[in-house]
Design a binder for this molecule. Sequence first.
Ligand code: ADP
Length: 300
Amino acid sequence: VGNPAAGRFASQEIDEAIRVAVSGGTRRRTSFELKRSEGRTVLRVSVRPIRREDGASAIVVVEDITQQRAAEEARNSFVAQAAHELRTPLTNIRLYVEQAIDASDTELEVRAQALNVINNESQRLERLVQDMLSVAEIESGSMSIHAGEVRLAQLLDTVSGEYVAQAKDKHIALKFELPPKLPVIKGDRDKLSLAVHNIVGNALKYTPEGGKVTVRVSWEQDEVRIAVEDSGIGIKDEEQGLIFDKFYRAKDSRIASITGTGLGLTLARDVIRLHGGDIGIKSEVDKGSTFTISLPARAA
Ligand code: ADP
């Protein structure tokens, strides 16, 4: 109080804006952004002249917009990634639609094959769009839990049913080991299904042919644990903390040929945390991984 403003902000730009404002050189507000070299801090500064009878003053407002900027960057890269991910299935659909149209009436097999690809690719598109919408929902903080009664036994049964064919195709021994009784918990059935789905789906995706995937469920007092163990490619120690990040895919050459968005684990963990639980991971390269979902088993 009572000191000159010049030099206070350690910024020549702010000093200059104040000088202009109080000298009567402008009646308008000046706004600009300042990037601090230390860290990634971004400040938005606005300097507005105010006239008083006893002379000129200025109001300086400094806002820290680092978070906002980071969110914008994330959104932009999300859009770019999303567009990229959507293009592949769309291209395939277009190609195979052409093939189906071109096939003569006698080429039933070609047509059936094309329809099969179109079917698979549209399902992939649907999944992608769903994931992206859910991520967008989480990002905006508006994801809410539609709490209801979730019969865990039924939920796991559905997930198991959805993966039987895929496991068989890949000659993977998929086993579900459930205790005789599982609780009915309070939560959002669709979202919990999605989380379990993503973890089991990953185990099958990242386990080569002939491998093993075991889903072990245990229930003790007030906690249910769903451990998904695979004999797959594993994850390096230094990447285990990163794979839950949005769009992160391991830097393993074997990952490149496996389709994915890098969103599945982000979603799964967000959903589980919204239910008061968490996901843990243990993994060793070339040996396999175990993802353990723990959920509070508050009775519904
Ligand atoms: P996506 O599978 O679509 O790439 P996820 O968010 O589900 O995205 O997973 C992120 C990354 O974590 C994967 O790309 C992969 O590198 C690694 N990962 C996830 N699950 C497994 C697993 N069971 N075994 C090995 N790596 C895994």
